[in-house]
Every structure is written in C-alpha cells, then in structure tokens.
Design a protein around this ligand. Structure first.
Ligand SMILES: *Cc1c(COP(=O)(O)O)cnc(C)c1O
Length: 386
C-alpha cells in the first residue's frame, strides 16, 4: 500500500535521539528549548512553547485567551475534531463557519455574515480558529480585520502548514493572529512522533501557556505569592496540566527542522507533477490562493461526479483495493454523533458537506518516489475512465 502520508527518519534523526537517551535528561533538559529556538528562527515569532500534541497546544491556547463557560468558539467544519474540541474542554460553546468552495478554508463572506448576525443578537465569539487546510493559509488579513471590528481573538490551527508562507511571512509568525499552533504527528510535515507547539508574540500569553503546560507551577519568584521557603520551593498559582514534550521528541524535532525547507519543496515538486498529469481527469485540482505558499501537508482532489460513472465511495474503495492508500480529510466535525448530540444537523454547513461527498486525499509525502506517484496517477486514471 502506498500510504497517504509518511515520515522521513534519517540516521541524523536516529543519532540525535540516541544521544538524548545516553544523556542526563530525558525530559526538561536542553533539547526542548533548542527545538523552540528552531521554531522561532523559522517563523520569526517571539515565543515558542513545545508541547506533547497540537491538541494540547489548542487547549492551552484557548485557556490563555480566557475562553471559558458562556464564551463562544468558532472554527471550520472541515478539520480534525481537535480544532473544535478545545473549545468544549474549556466549557465554551462551539459553532462553525462553512468553507469557501474553492480553497476549502473558512469562508470569509460566511464569517462576516455570521458576525453581523451574532452582533445583532449579542452572541459574538471570543475566539475564532481558522485552519490552514492542506497547508494553504486562510486569508488571515481579512480575518484579522474582522477581529478588530468584532473583538474576537485568533488562534491559527497550522497543523498542516509549517513551512508554508502567507504574504512573504512564514506561517507561525502570528502577524495576523494571537497564537499559532503546529502539530508534529508523523503524518504531518515535521514530526516529533507526537508533539505540538504554540507560537505567539505576546509575553503575557507565552507566560500563561507555560504555566498551563506544566501544572500551573512556577519557579519564578516574581510570580510567587509568598516568599520562597528555600531552594526546593515552587508554587502552583493556576490549574495546569502535564502537556510537556520529552527531550527525545524535541531532539528529533531539532534535526527534522533542519530539513523543513527541503520537505516542503519536495512536496511542491510532487504537487506540480500531480497538477500536470491529472489535469485531464474529471476532478477538481487544488486551488492556490494568491499570496500563499502552501506547506502541502495534503493533496486533495474533488471528484466531478456528474462526469464519472462510479460513486465517490466506489472510487475510494477501488483505489484502496489497488494499493493506493487514499484518505479523506475530513468528515465534517458537525456530523459526528457527539456534535449531533450538541444540536448540529446534517445540512447546517452545505459547502462542507458537499466537499465531504467529493474529496479524496492522494498520497503525498517527502519520501514518495516518482514511480509511486506514477502508480497513483495510473490507477486513478483507470478507475475514473473505467
Ligand atoms: C493533526 C491535527 C490536529 C491535532 O494534532 P495532534 O498533534 O495529533 O494532537 C489538530 N488540528 C488539525 C487541523 C490537525 O490536522
């Protein structure tokens, strides 16, 4: 089976992890700060905090922005469930903005319409999480402008997008957001096995997220309520979690980050080949929004079902049977049973649901060979023409 995504692990990565195993620190040593420094250097954001997953990163980002009971969080239905669940963890109400049919990212016009309505009913959101689907940035300038008018905070879910750019800046610089979140799960662009990070330019938010990452405990005397009792002393000043990344994971992240530009440029070469060799098939190829350079975590096609004699499921099943590890990103969050229980209905977000009926993620990963790609193209062509 040709997988849809796969990590690249080199001897350099293996050596870095083994070195940590032989060192004094398996956690809370020098590798996590080194990985954070690499993330800051790449993005030019002022602060980076590595955590054990993007899910944890989203949770502490929401908490740092003060999201709580009675507040509202909006995101897109076409994302992994974690982008919405983080709002529920904080006791907030979650709602969705339908997607743009061309970029598959949150629709700016739908967002604006919903904000106007929410303002009229005094139900504006506190936090909005745009997701850079497939690695292509949302129109952050437009979302940022709306945030000033309607007073919401922005967390970019850039789980797909490290290495991508928006208007000449690296995604993660937080120019148009409060916080950006990355994921380092093995199918993503850079991996630490499991892992995530929050990026921000705010010292205040960084300090809060550092507390939430580690039990709400501080060893900084300027933040303590009482005088230190001695060298062992620390204080818990908030309720936090253990969301820390290990030294083994961070060491892997450090060596992976040295190859980030190569990871993304190889993905672009693969995408260009797909674009050329699939152009005559009855499918819609990925659209590139002007001013964006995608991290290209995913290469998603949409079937033009009116011109294909098979159903979406038949095409998907035949591809899998023939060894092509296609996938579907994503089942719209609002149609999961848990969200249906919360009151969402099929039909609430029609563009997202239409996307779900047509989308297929083709294999796309750094170590993919041209031969593997040719196999994907050959099988897909024969399935669609047959
Ligand atoms: C993968 C992913 C997450 C969660 O990442 P983890 O590191 O697995 O917790 C969140 N949002 C999006 C869009 C993702 O693709």
């Amino acid at each position: 089976m040709i997988p849809y995504g796969k990590q690249e692990i080199t001897q350099q990565d293996v050596d870095a992890v083994v070195d940590v195993l032989k060192s004094d620190f398996l956690t809370q040593g020098p590798q996590v700060p080194a990985f954070e420094a690499a993330l800051m250097a790449h993005t030019s954001a002022g602060f980076a905090l590595a955590v054990n997953s993007a899910t944890s990163a989203l949770h502490i980002a929401c908490l740092a922005l003060g999201l709580g009971q009675g507040d509202r969080l909006w995101t897109t239905p076409v994302t992994f469930v974690a982008s919405a669940n983080c709002g529920l963890y904080c006791g907030a109400d979650v709602d969705f903005i339908d997607i743009d049919p061309q970029t598959y990212n949150m629709s700016i016009s739908a967002l604006e319409a919903k904000l106007i309505q929410a303002k009229a009913t005094d139900s504006l959101p506190k936090v909005i999480i745009p997701v850079h689907l497939c690695g292509q940035s949302c129109d952050m300038k437009a979302i940022h402008t709306l945030s000033k008018e309607y007073g919401f905070k922005i967390i970019e879910d850039a789980s797909h997008a490290i290495g991508g750019r928006y208007l000449d800046n690296s995604i993660g610089c937080c120019e148009y957001s409060d916080i950006t979140v990355f994921s380092f799960h093995p199918v993503k662009i850079v991996t630490t096995a499991e892992g995530g990070a929050v990026m921000t330019n705010s010292q205040e938010l960084a300090d809060k997220m550092a507390l939430y990452r580690s039990h709400g405990i501080t060893r900084d005397e300027t933040k303590m309520q009482n005088a230190s009792h001695g060298g062992w002393y620390y204080e818990q000043i908030d309720l936090g979690f253990n969301y820390r990344m290990t030294e083994l994971q961070a060491a892997l992240g450090v060596t992976q980050m040295t190859r980030l530009d190569d990871f993304v440029s190889v993905r672009h070469k693969l995408a260009i080949r797909y674009n050329q060799l699939l152009e005559d098939l009855p499918i819609t190829l990925p659209y590139q929004l002007e001013g964006t350079y995608s991290g290209l975590h995913l290469y998603v096609i949409r079937l033009q079902l009116d011109n294909i004699s098979k159903t979406h499921k038949e095409v998907f099943d035949v591809l899998r049977e023939q060894g092509i590890g296609v996938n579907l990103h994503y089942i719209p969050v609002h149609i999961h049973p848990y969200y249906q229980e919360l009151g969402f209905k099929i039909g609430d977000f029609p563009e997202s649901e239409r996307y779900y009926q047509e989308a297929i993620s083709l294999p796309m990963f750094h170590v993919m060979t041209e031969e593997q790609q040719d196999t994907v193209i050959r099988v897909l062509s024969s399935v669609l023409e047959g």
